[in-house]
Design a binder for this molecule. Structure first.
Ligand code: SF4
Length: 555
């Protein structure tokens, strides 16, 4: 019998259809998942007493409250803390599986030098030698911690530089630094008092800021209402999860957010819909319409809708000076329901990706995202708890993993009020690991160690007698008996919350309309300090598309 090409095609189509309707592939999938749960490297927790501890997630700067289930001294499960003033019971998929991370096969446990095995003594000698030979730069991914203070002090004492990798949310606030002189780290969004939020691609309902903050606000003030108290207008190229749940979705062409912000600002100024008077965007309405793919009338309608219910605030996804300028036009800078100054302090940081002078060595803290590569030929000392794949670092130095070290948790990037919490070391780290702060303390013993800095910060909070300590119940700091009692409560998972930001206190001067943003929108998961995902998070990501899987992360 002659078999024609057409017969083959028909047969293969039938086989493919048959394979889908038979249970074979699904059974194979099921078996694979059962086998994979019995791999020999999967840790079996030892039997022992089970207890619940309260702490804070330190895997990114959002600092979500966590209840940690401990068995025989090991974390075996985590859950959110509903009384936590910021995360309000929510955790992101990484946080939900965080207890699995310390056993991840890509956990770093030994010192490596250019791919080969090495030892801490060699790394310390190499770094000490580099410090004698020239300036060093220290790079931090989670500024404001007690450990950050040690990193910064070391850099200052050794004629080096201190640079930071800021979160996308903080970077979105950096244009105001130039126009007001107030550091981005001292600013936040007063979302709780806003009535209209225009999000230019920021995934507000899908991973922006602390997971529970906006989702809870949305559930209370908008979800399911035809005329909600809080209007969310989502400007997005596609019908994202946030766009699909927003009050209004404005579809625009890719990377056209800046142009739309300029177009809206032009309408607001031309039609005198706002009180602000200042420079006009250089982009005409016709140009904005062409770039965004919207009609000029649609941009006009959007501008009128935004000011129909104020306070209104615009939120961008990363640095976009035109979106920041739109906030100045809207009068959202320094007003309730807009951008507020949450702290009189706050440091102006030098970003890690700014041009770097010639340095002899670069030390990268474990909080810096794995994908960050310093633009320097210097010898690179990279701390990390997990190996994220190829790296240009000369030295890979194993750092403490999830809840293996004492850390303090400064205010999360987007908040309107200051907060402070402590994540105690709940589990013993492997013998081979040490943090960058410990490493630098070994080289320069005159540096104040992390526990002493935390102790002194607690003392300062107590003596200021301001704010409230939120644990099982809310207690004004003025009613707490001693600095020691305050520190003990913080060590047990309580959170200090400062006074709400007062209106005013800073002013933006926009002398000329800024240039358009360059570069693609930011990836919010880039600030996660873990370059790997625990199995639970992988399942959540891949099976429910909760958030797009970063291309370079490994399961
Ligand atoms: S990784 Fe960040 S957002 Fe996720 S639970 Fe931890 S602190 Fe919260």
């Amino acid at each position: 019998m002659k078999v024609s090409r057409r017969d083959l095609l028909v047969w293969s189509a039938g086989a493919a259809a048959g394979l889908i309707v038979t249970p074979v592939p699904w059974k194979l999938l099921d078996d694979t998942s059962i086998w994979s749960q019995n791999w020999p490297w999967i840790p079996q927790p030892t039997r022992g007493p089970v207890e619940m501890k309260q702490s804070v997630c330190t895997l990114c700067p959002q600092g979500c409250g966590m209840r940690v289930r401990m068995a025989a001294g090991w974390p075996v499960g985590v859950a959110g803390v509903s009384s936590h003033p910021v995360s309000r019971g929510a955790l992101c998929p990484l946080g939900f599986g965080a207890h699995q991370l310390n056993w991840h096969p890509q956990r770093l446990k030994t010192v490596r030098h250019r791919g080969g095995a090495s030892a801490w003594g060699d790394a310390q000698a190499a770094f000490a030698k580099a410090c004698k030979e020239g300036p060093v730069v220290v790079i931090d991914g989670y500024p404001g911690r007690a450990a950050s203070s040690m990193l910064e002090s070391f850099a200052q004492k050794h004629d080096g530089g201190y640079r930071v990798v800021l979160s996308a949310e903080t970077r979105a606030l950096t244009p105001y630094e130039k126009w007001s002189g107030v550091p981005a780290s001292a600013l936040g969004y007063d979302l709780e008092n806003a009535k209209t939020i225009v999000s230019f691609g920021a995934p507000l309902l899908d991973g922006w800021g602390a997971p529970g903050r906006f989702t809870r606000l949305w559930a209370e003030r908008a979800a399911g209402m035809n005329d909600p108290q809080l209007r969310l207008i989502q400007v997005d190229e596609s019908l994202s999860r946030t766009a699909s749940r927003a009050w209004q979705w404005v579809p625009v062409r890719a990377s056209a957010e800046s142009a739309l912000a300029a177009g809206v600002a032009r309408v607001l100024l031309e039609e005198r819909l706002v009180a602000w008077r200042g420079p006009m965007p250089s982009l005409t309405l016709a140009e904005a319409a062409e770039r965004t793919g919207l009609s000029a009338d649609a941009i006009r309608d959007l501008a009128r809708t935004i000011v129909a219910r104020t306070p209104a605030v615009a939120i961008g996804n990363g640095i976009d000076p035109e979106i920041a300028a739109l906030n100045v036009v809207l009068g959202a800078a320094a007003t309730p329901g807009g951008i507020v100054r949450r702290s009189k302090r706050g440091a102006a940081y030098v970003p890690a990706d700014a041009a770097m002078p010639s340095v002899r060595a670069a030390l990268i803290d474990a909080s810096v995202p794995w994908d960050f590569a310093p633009q320097t030929d210097a010898e690179v000392f990279r701390f990390a708890a997990w190996d994220g794949g190829s790296s240009r670092a000369d030295w890979l130095l194993p750092a403490p993993g999830f809840l293996e070290e004492l850390m303090d948790v400064p205010t999360a990037p987007t908040l309107a009020a200051e907060t402070y919490a402590i994540a105690p070391s709940l589990t013993k780290p492997p013998a081979e690991v040490q943090s960058a702060a410990q490493f630098l303390g070994g080289i320069d013993p005159s540096l104040t160690p992390v526990d002493k800095i935390i102790h002194s910060r607690c003392g300062n909070l107590f003596h200021a007698r301001a704010g409230t300590l939120i644990g099982r119940e809310a207690t004004p700091v003025a009613k707490i008996a001693s600095a020691q009692a305050l520190e003990e409560q913080l060590q047990k998972g309580a959170v200090w919350v400062g006074e709400a930001a007062r209106p005013g206190g800073w002013r933006c001067e926009l002398k000329e309309w800024p240039a358009a943003a360059s570069g693609p929108p930011e990836n919010l998961t880039a600030t996660w300090s873990a370059p790997v995902l625990p199995p639970l998070a992988t399942k959540l990501y891949q099976e429910s598309s909760l958030r797009e899987m970063p291309a370079r992360r490994n399961a």
